[in-house]
Write a protein that binds this ligand. Sequence first.
Ligand code: NDP
Ligand code: TDO
Ligand code: MG
Length: 292
Amino acid sequence: MDILVTGGSGQVGLALQRLAWPDGVRLHAPGRAELDLADPAAIARYVADGGFAAVINPAAYTAVDKAESDVVAAFAVNAMAPAALAEATKALGIPLVHVSTDYVFDGSKTRPYEVDDPVRPISVYGASKEAGEQAVRVVNPRHAILRTAWVVGTDRANFVKTMLRLGAERPQLRVVADQHGSPTAAADLAHALAEVTLRLIADPAGPTGTFHAVNAGEATWFDLACHVFAVAARKGRPVPEVLPIETRDYPTPARRPANSRLSTRRLEDAFGIRLRPWQSAIDDVVEGLLRD
Ligand SMILES: NC(=O)C1=CN([C@@H]2O[C@H](COP(=O)(O)OP(=O)(O)OC[C@H]3O[C@@H](n4cnc5c(N)ncnc54)[C@H](OP(=O)(O)O)[C@@H]3O)[C@@H](O)[C@H]2O)C=CC1
Ligand SMILES: Cc1cn([C@H]2C[C@H](O)[C@@H](COP(=O)(O)OP(=O)(O)O[C@H]3O[C@@H](C)C(=O)[C@@H](O)[C@H]3O)O2)c(=O)[nH]c1=O
Ligand SMILES: [Mg+2]
């Protein structure tokens, strides 16, 4: 059984390829040179000719600040590519498992967001991801959209790697303490994506729709940074002083939601999947990074 994974060089794409899949499952993870996701006709051909049982789409334009001034490119990968994948998978009657983001929400809610809460993106990245969700939802009924958040792992650029790098260079870091979210390890998300994909393939009458998939618990970026350095300190690494600051004291091109905590209730109810607390997941990520 062949499964197409887009974005195979990304955090989540790599984590998917490291999983132990059941015997008989073959992942295909074409790189940008083989499949350019900014080219919808290429996507249509690749899926039509591939003989896939399902498609998993973790590829995205993820540079949140850069997207503010690179709107067309962000929408090409985050909105048009999912639209093309939805059309191509629908034509074959196969499931599309798509990955989206907490940044579709505006952050004004004071409790964790449920799947059906209204979306209102406040950044270009968030808007482009929302458009991608809509295309998937309306085109291929055999879909699962997993919204995740604050994804970190041992690959690529991410907040944890940035903290460890800056922490080794500077005596003091200033980190925002008024944005609340759901830190998530790429490896844990990959497990959830794999389970959902196999279920959709095996059970055409099974659950479909939109779900939140994040590690349990909640944190601010400041909390996350403190946790990272607590692990680093246990491993005997030098750690900086970490100061909590407000968003207004860390200006960025893109606005970010003040609250984007995601409730995972629906994923648990539909698939029986619950990701472990983020602290344990981050311990594994930091220990992995400090081993390298
Ligand atoms: N990172 C995060 O904090 C969060 C991510 N998400 C979502 O999770 C998913 C996975 O994110 P993550 O793994 O971190 O992303 P990464 O930035 O690590 O990886 C993105 C992947 O998409 C590929 N890609 C981008 N543009 C193209 C293109 N034009 N053609 C082909 N491939 C392309 C990249 O390829 P290349 O190596 O060539 O650049 C890379 O493999 C995304 O849908 C993202 O929106 C949701 C919430 C949080
Ligand atoms: C480096 C740094 C960042 N920050 C702040 C800026 C920002 O508010 C927050 C996180 O910064 P980052 O740029 O790492 O994270 P950001 O790019 O906002 O991460 C987002 O990526 C996309 C793809 C998603 O879908 C989201 O779920 C989310 O993970 O930390 C500090 O306060 N101090 C610092 O030294
Ligand atoms: Mg970023």
